[in-house]
Design a protein around this ligand. Structure first.
Ligand SMILES: Nc1ncnc2c1ncn2[C@@H]1O[C@H](COP(=O)(O)OP(=O)(O)OP(=O)(O)O)[C@@H](O)[C@H]1O
Length: 363
């Protein structure tokens, strides 16, 4: 899938623009502060209904403007087209339209427009909170396993119920037992999907990583959120008192994590910034391959400031791997010369110059 047309209005400093991107590689270049990241942010808003730069969407709306909007036409591999639109005004109203209909949730958007973001904050995937790695993991599972969303919604509901009675003690014994059973069932299902996903991801990740950078002994493993040798129901029963004192459930898939070790060390503690970036790229590229293999369409890559932290050899290796994904990629950089030669001869590469908020295709 790819964006065949994108229209952006009143996002940050960008002047209203309609672009016809290449279905493959799109390079946005220009000076600092010109608006390159803002275009990636606009596309991200369209796919996730949020920004990757600020918690709130208010700062994304152009100064003095009442609302920002992003529209796009998504072209699917089978030739089908889908129209997407998001709009956010200063009163906080957010509208999501898919083919002219109001969407019920951001999950619907994520399904229509799967995005992968690689930006200067990406190293947080390695050294940030477990929640970031769970989001990474669940993005992948969501896009290859159609039953995941339902199980995840059941888990959230059961957890809310359990945490509420842990805090307020308002449920009778049989109801508590029923919710615990539901929690255990949903947890086992989610754990099964996540485990299968990691099993499939690991060899692809290792292969991509080898092509990108030499890092011997780097391992990826999965922690499911509770003792691997015990049933969750037994763990929950054993930690009931402590859970009541804390007012929330400590064990379960809501505590799952991914662990990246380099030999005996936590990878984030010893890898350089450039190496961390390459590991994150390998993880995200591996996810793209799995999505393609699952025949659920391709995702679109947003790569902000691709050249930063990378020497020429690694920059070229990253371009080659992005190229081999055969999907649409939007890349920003200050100097386009650094990225002009890394592509296969038959790959359509479009260049866009961004200057003080104005985006013009390079003829
Ligand atoms: N709500 C807003 N309205 C108008 N302009 C804004 C708004 N928010 C931010 N800006 C400005 O828009 C520009 C956005 O720059 P952006 O981060 O997209 O640049 P960039 O080309 O990616 O730069 P760099 O190469 O430094 O990363 C900045 O100059 C910023 O001051």
């Amino acid at each position: 899938m790819s964006l065949s047309r994108v229209t952006v209005t009143a996002v940050r400093n960008l002047q209203a623009v309609t672009l016809s991107p290449s279905p493959r590689i799109n390079i946005l270049y220009g000076a600092n502060g010109s608006g390159k990241t803002s275009l990636l942010e606009a596309i991200y808003l369209l796919g996730l209904a949020r920004s990757f730069r600020s918690q709130r969407l208010q700062p994304v709306i152009q100064y003095e403007q009442a609302a920002c909007t992003v529209f796009a036409q998504v072209a699917h591999a089978d030739g089908g087209l889908c129209n997407l639109g998001v709009s956010r005004d200063r009163q906080g109203d957010f509208s999501i339209r898919i083919d002219g209909q109001n969407a019920r949730s951001a999950a619907q958007l994520a399904e229509v427009l799967p995005l992968q973001l690689i930006n200067p904050d990406s190293f947080r995937l390695l050294e940030g909170a477990p929640k970031i790695r769970r989001q990474f993991l669940d993005w992948g599972v969501f896009h290859v396993e159609p039953r995941f969303l339902g199980a995840w919604q059941r888990l959230q509901k059961a957890l809310r119920q359990r945490n509420s009675w842990l805090r307020h003690g308002t449920l009778d014994g049989p109801s508590q037992a029923a919710w615990d059973r539901e929690l255990s069932l949903a947890s086992d299902e989610i754990d099964g999907y996540r485990r299968a996903y990691i099993q499939a991801l690991k060899p692809v990740f290792e292969k991509v990583l080898r092509e990108l950078v030499e890092l011997d002994g780097l391992t990826l493993s999965y922690y499911r959120g509770w003792d691997k040798d015990r049933e969750l129901s037994a763990v929950l029963a054993g930690s009931l008192l402590r859970d009541q004192q804390l007012g929330h459930t400590q064990a379960g898939p809501q505590r799952a994590d991914l662990r990246l070790r380099a030999g005996a060390h936590n990878a984030a503690d010893i890898l350089s910034r450039g190496q961390q970036k390459l590991v994150v790229c390998a993880l995200r590229i591996a996810q793209g391959h799995l999505m393609g293999q699952a025949k659920r369409g391709q995702c679109i890559y947003l790569v902000d400031d691709l050249p930063s932290e990378l020497d020429e050899q690694h920059r070229r290796a990253l371009c080659r791997l992005l190229d081999e994904l055969d999907c649409q990629v939007f890349i920003t950089c200050v100097e386009h010369e650094l990225l002009c030669n890394g592509w296969r001869a038959d790959t359509p590469v479009a260049l866009f110059h961004v200057e003080q908020g104005r985006i013009t295709p390079w003829e």
